[in-house]
Write a protein that binds this ligand. Structure first.
Ligand code: S3P
Length: 188
């Protein structure tokens, strides 16, 4: 990877803005974007909610790991990847995420997620009597996993997607200056 442009990998809880920010980064950096949830849905020809209902969460988690393995092996030009909120929670996925590219964590508070996703019907883990409590406990469980994967962390509660995108671009730019092209570390 030395001297080549690396992939960017957006991680973060449901509702942290990975897809929206990923699209904006894709536009600004002229790098195609792919969303692993959508790739899995296309492959399995069903929605994630249906997958959870019919095959169970374990099946979906196995699809995530299999896909990540494939993405790390494929020789495609640099991409921006947005991955599901639970992907870093699976220990096997952490080295794969790091291998895939520069990992950017969009960190959010539980109340932000609750506000953004109130009434959501597509995320199976939030179809429960007390979604705020579920968000809190999952976030607590996953905090360490997100931290362990992240190369870059951005607090994404009180900024628009456009502001978050600009902040990420500034951080990446500064990182590239620290380790200039050909200077050892790959850009991004
Ligand atoms: C999940 C997050 C979802 C999706 C699935 C499980 C999770 O992705 O992968 O519903 O475990 O947090 P988003 O983070 O894109 O909503």
């Amino acid at each position: 990877m030395k001297g080549e442009k690396r992939n960017l990998v957006l991680i973060g809880f449901m509702g942290s803005g990975k897809t929206t920010v990923g699209r904006k980064l894709s536009y600004r950096l002229r790098m195609p974007m792919e969303d692993t949830d959508r790739l899995i849905e296309q492959r399995e020809k069903k929605s994630i909610r249906q997958m959870f209902d019919e095959e169970g969460e374990r099946f979906f988690r196995a699809c995530e790991t299999k896909l990540l393995r494939e993405l790390t092996q494929r020789a495609a030009g640099p991409r921006i990847y947005s991955v599901g909120g639970g992907t870093p929670a699976e220990p096997a996925n952490r080295p794969l995420l790091k291998e895939l590219g520069t990992v950017i964590w969009l960190r959010v508070r539980p109340d932000t997620v609750y506000r953004r996703l109130r009434g959501d019907t597509v995320r199976p883990l939030l179809q429960c009597p007390d979604p705020l409590e579920r968000i809190r406990s999952l976030m607590e469980e996953r905090g360490q996993a997100y931290r362990a994967c992240a190369d870059v962390t951005v607090d994404a509660d009180d900024m628009s997607a456009a502001q978050i995108t600009e902040q990420i671009l500034r951080i990446l730019d500064a990182k590239n200056k620290e380790a200039p092209f050909g200077g050892g570390e790959a850009p991004f």
